[in-house]
Design a protein around this ligand. Structure first.
Ligand SMILES: [Zn+2]
Length: 458
C-alpha cells in the first residue's frame, strides 16, 4: 500500500493539530484543530482540500485538536469523525463555546489596519450538523475504517477520553500520541504504553522541561486552602474548565476526607467547568483504578457535600456578595474573560484573599500580569489595586515532561523507523528531536509544514 504523511498544523507550534495520512487511495486526517495565537480569520483556509479527506480521527476534545471540524463540513467534507465517547461529549461543549469565541474574534478583526466585521467561522447549527457524523470507538477495540485500514485507541492520560491513535494500514502501523498526559494524574489512567509501531508521530509540548512532582503541587494547594481557612478571605483559582478543575477538586476532596484540613465551601463558578465535571461523572470507563474503587465504595470524588455548582448568574452573584471563607474555581484559566473577572475585582484588593494561578499564563493575558507581580491591573477599564497574595503552582500539567516522553518511546519494543516530532514550540520540538536521536539512536525530526513524507510499507 502506498503510504505518506504530511503535517498541516502544530509544526513548531502547539496549536492547529492536523496531520494527513495518505494510505492507498484513502486520505485520513488525524485531528483538525484551531490555530490559536494568530488572527482568527486565518483559520478559514485549510492547506488541503476538505472535500478530498475521507475521514477524521480525533485524539481528544481540546479545541487546538478539534476546533476546525465544523468548518470542514461547511467546506464540503462528508466523512466520519472517529473518537472515544467521552471525547464526543466534551467536544460538543467546547465547539459550542468556540462559536461564541469566534463571534467575538471575527467582529474585532482588523485587515490592513481597518476594523472589519467578518462572519464567525461557524455557528451552532454547524456544530450540531458535525456531531451527527461522529462515530465513537471504545479504548482497545479495533475498528475497520476501510477494507485494509483499521484504527485502535489506547489511553493518552491527558484529559477524559484522550487517546493515542494506532492506525494499521495493511500491516504497517502508524501511531500518533495525541497529547500525552503525565503519570500520576488523579481520576484518569496513565498513558498506555505503545507495544509496537513502524512510524510514530509524537507531541513535544514539554520536550525540554521536567515538571515538579504532582504530589508537591497538591500539597501546596492544600497549604493555601488551610491558610485562608485560618486567616479568612477567599481562595480564587482561575482554572481551565476541562481537566484542571476536576484534578484540583479531587485533591481537595481527598484532603477533606483524610481530615488534613477543615472542611469549607468549594464552588465551581464556571458553566463550562460544571458541564465538563458532569461529563467526567458520566464516563467511569475512563477512570483509573483508585477512582473506580472510591466510586464502588459509594464515594464520588467529584461530588461531595461542600462542593456546589454555581450555574446561574444569580448563584455567581451570591458567592460574590458573601463573606464566607471559601474556595472558588472560575474560568477562564488565564483570566482573559469569564466569571473569574468579577471575583478578581472583589478579591484582588482584599489583603486576606489569595489568587492562585494553577496553569500556564500566556503573554499578553491578565493572568500573566498577575503572575509577573503587577501592583495593579485593569479589569473592565477599572484600575484594581492588588493587595491579595498572588501565588502560582507548577506541576499540575496535563502534559508529559521530557523524561516521560522519552520513556514512552524507549518502551516501544521494536523502535519506529521514523519519529516525527510535532505539537511543541520550535525550541521544545527541536531539542526533543535531538534528544530522541541522541538517547535512543533512531531517526527523529521536526517535519516541515505541508511537506509529504513517504512511508515505506513495513
Ligand atoms: Zn490537549
Amino acid at each position: 500500500m502506498d503510504l505518506s504523511v504530511s503535517f498541516h498544523g502544530a509544526v513548531a507550534r502547539t496549536t492547529g493539530s492536523a496531520h494527513l495520512i495518505r494510505a492507498g487511495n484513502k486520505r485520513i486526517l488525524l485531528d483538525c484543530g484551531l490555530i490559536q495565537g494568530i488572527p482568527h480569520h486565518y483559520n478559514q483556509n485549510f492547506s488541503f482540500d476538505p472535500k478530498s479527506i475521507d475521514d477524521i480521527v480525533l485524539s481528544h476534545a481540546h479545541l487546538d485538536h478539534s476546533g476546525r471540524i465544523p468548518l470542514m463540513f461547511k467546506q464540503g467534507f462528508e466523512g466520519n469523525i472517529y473518537c472515544t465517547a467521552a471525547t464526543k461529549d466534551l467536544v460538543k461543549v467546547l465547539l459550542l463555546d468556540a462559536v461564541k469565541i469566534s463571534r467575538i474574534k471575527m467582529k474585532k478583526t482588523r485587515i490592513g489596519g481597518r476594523r472589519v466585521s467578518l462572519d464567525p467561522l461557524y455557528v451552532e447549527k454547524d456544530v450540531y450538523n458535525a456531531l451527527k457524523h461522529f462515530i465513537t470507538v471504545p479504548y482497545h477495540q479495533v475498528k475497520n475504517i476501510d477494507r485494509k485500514i483499521s484504527l485502535k485507541f489506547i489511553d493518552a492520560g491527558h484529559i477524559l477520553g484522550s487517546a493515542q491513535v494506532i492506525l494499521d494500514c495493511d500491516g504497517t502501523i502508524i501511531t500518533f500520541t495525541g497529547d500525552l498526559g503525565q503519570n500520576g494524574m488523579p481520576l484518569i489512567r496513565n498513558p498506555d504504553p505503545i507495544k509496537k509501531t513502524h512510524y510514530l508521530i509524537t507531541e513535544s509540548t514539554y520536550g525540554n522541561r521536567i515538571h515538579p512532582p504532582m504530589g508537591k503541587a497538591a500539597q501546596e494547594l492544600i497549604q493555601y486552602a488551610k491558610h485562608i481557612y485560618d486567616e479568612g478571605g477567599k481562595l480564587i483559582v482561575p482554572s481551565f474548565a476541562i481537566g484542571r478543575t476536576q484534578t484540583l477538586i479531587y485533591f481537595l476532596n481527598e484532603t477533606f476526607e483524610k481530615e488534613e484540613i477543615d472542611k469549607m465551601p468549594v464552588y465551581i463558578d464556571s458553566p463550562m467547568a460544571i458541564d465538563a465535571t458532569e461529563i467526567y461523572i458520566k464516563h467511569p470507563e475512563c477512570f483509573d483504578k483508585e477512582t473506580l474503587k472510591l466510586l464502588k465504595s459509594g464515594d464520588n470524588p467529584l461530588m461531595f457535600p461542600e462542593l456546589s455548582f454555581s450555574k446561574t448568574h444569580r448563584d455567581s452573584r451570591s458567592i460574590l456578595k458573601g463573606w464566607e471563607t471559601c474556595v472558588v474555581f472560575a474560568g477562564s484559566g488565564m483570566c482573559t474573560g469569564g466569571r473569574v473577572l468579577s471575583h478578581l475585582i472583589n478579591e484582588l484588593p482584599t489583603r486576606k484573599s489569595i489568587v492562585l494561578l494553577v496553569g500556564f499564563q500566556a503573554k499578553g493575558t491578565l493572568g500573566r500580569e498577575l503572575y509577573e507581580g503587577a501592583k495593579s491591573v485593569k479589569i473592565y477599564n477599572k484600575e484594581i489595586k492588588i493587595r491579595a497574595k498572588v501565588k502560582s503552582i507548577g506541576g499540575f500539567s496535563a502534559h508529559a515532561d521530557r523524561r516521560e516522553l522519552i520513556d514512552h518511546i524507549a518502551k516501544i519494543r521494536k523502535k519506529p523507523a521514523k519519529t516525527f516530532v510535532v505539537h511543541g514550540e520550535a525550541q521544545q520540538s527541536l531539542t526533543f528531536a535531538a534528544n530522541i536521536r541522541n538517547t535512543l539512536r533512531i531517526w527523529a525530526r521536526v517535519p516541515e509544514y505541508k511537506k509529504e513524507y513517504r512511508l515505506k510499507p513495513l
